[in-house]
Ligand binder design. Structure first.
Ligand code: MLT
Length: 395
């Protein structure tokens, strides 16, 4: 037998595993220190009461023979009607009309941003912004695909636009962006949609942070004319409603998206019915409660809590005169490392001298060198304390 030798081209460990291991080693060596984590984007607020209520009811249904559920409905790739129609309603409020068959329930955006690659030949060239969420890059390295990069930097506000001289088949976009927090406006997304349609490329659009948009930027790529002919959207309840541990998301594959003479929606349905058995009924019922009126009101409170943390971090950096982007439409703040430090150098200084953990920008790509990502997903108390320590270290 032969292994998939593409795995040998990966770095030894995934970025957040490396950061987590360094944090754990430091904490083990210094058990007396309270190390504050502003690194991986994992949420800290509990699930909204409306979600908890829906999940409790779903558990009760599972306890009675008459209402017990086994596998989900196979005609919708195991998505329950209540959830699919609530997602359809949330898109309708953004002015996007979808049919039920275009919405596929997933266990989160991260899984599907790799799984979706099953639809595409490994001969395709993939275009990624640099810096970029490492899961896109690693998933394509595993498949042996050629990866090229679009430079994101201070000059373009970390929002690269397509270069007509570059040929790509698969394009990953994430807006609001992980790691930089920058969000495309309509004109920027329209440039990408036109570029993809001209070339017959496909955009894989990660909208996991769309709920953080406050300035009227598009919350779905399908708000852009022409996107239904070139884009697949991946979204998640993780950051919107605190589902990082519960697991539920959705992937939208428009019926009008055709490549190579095939309807990608049909290919994805075929793939999912073969390799996936759905998300638990309990998780789906919890997720269905998120886009009710009461659910929207309750998650707005949680989003406001994280936005306040982002403001606390932004105020701290403003006070120190440190350049940053993000934090406005996003839970991530992308800061320049102080005093010309490299990303890992600043990581070590911050960990050892302030006992604060963040994510080194260079872990997201070469253009991330000299930058550092902080997350607003911690508790307010820890965010304030981390900022107090950062200010004391750097002033
Ligand atoms: C991050 O910190 O970038 C995110 O938590 C990653 C993810 O959502 O998988």
């Amino acid at each position: 037998m032969k292994i998939n030798e593409n795995f040998l081209n990966l770095k030894d460990s995934y970025l957040f595993a490396t950061v987590g291991a360094k944090y754990a080693a430091y904490q083990k060596a210094h058990p007396e220190k309270k190390v504050l984590k502003l690194s991986i984007g994992d949420v800290t607020r509990p699930l909204a009461p409306v979600v908890i209520g829906a999940m409790h009811r779903a558990v009760d249904e599972m306890s009675r023979a008459e209402t017990f559920k086994g596998y989900g409905p196979d005609q919708t790739c195991y998505g329950y009607d209540a959830l699919i129609s609530s997602i359809r309603g949330s898109y309708a409020r953004k002015g996007v009309s979808l049919t039920d068959g275009e919405i596929f329930i997933s266990d989160g955006a991260k899984s599907d941003c790799g799984n979706i690659l099953d639809l595409f030949s490994s001969d395709n060239t993939v275009l990624l912004p640099d810096p970029v969420y490492p899961a896109y890059f690693d998933a394509n390295v595993m498949a042996g695909r050629r990866v090229i990069f679009a430079d994101a930097n201070e000059g373009n506000g970390f929002l690269p636009l397509p270069d007509p001289a570059v040929d790509a088949d698969i394009i990953y976009l994430c807006s609001p962006n992980n790691p930089t927090g920058a969000a495309y406006d309509r004109a920027g997304l329209k440039r990408w949609v036109d570029y993809a349609n001209e070339r017959g490329a496909v955009i894989l659009y990660d909208a996991a942070y769309e709920a953080f948009i406050t300035d009227g930027s598009p919350r779905s790529i399908f708000e852009i004319e022409g996107a239904r002919e070139c884009a697949i959207e991946l979204c998640s309840y993780s950051k919107t409603a605190g589902f990082t541990g519960v697991r539920c998301g959705y992937t939208v594959v428009p019926a009008s998206l055709r490549r190579g003479g095939a309807e990608l929606n049909k290919l994805w349905a075929r793939r999912q019915s073969t390799k996936f058995n759905g998300v638990s009924y309990i998780s789906q019922m919890g997720a269905a409660a998120v886009f009710t009126d009461e659910g929207e009101r309750q998650i707005a409170e949680t989003l406001a809590y994280y936005r306040k943390n982002a403001q606390i971090i932004a105020d701290c950096l403003d006070g120190l005169g440190i350049w940053y982007t993000g934090g406005k439409n996003s839970p991530y703040i992308w800061m320049k490392c102080p005093n010309g430090m490299g990303s890992w150098e600043f990581f070590d200084v911050l960990l050892e001298r302030a006992n604060v953990v963040g994510t080194p920008g260079c872990g997201f790509g070469k253009n991330g060198e000299g930058f550092f990502r902080l997350t607003a997903f911690s508790t307010e108390e820890n965010t304030r304390e981390a900022c107090r320590r950062i200010a004391a270290l750097l002033k």
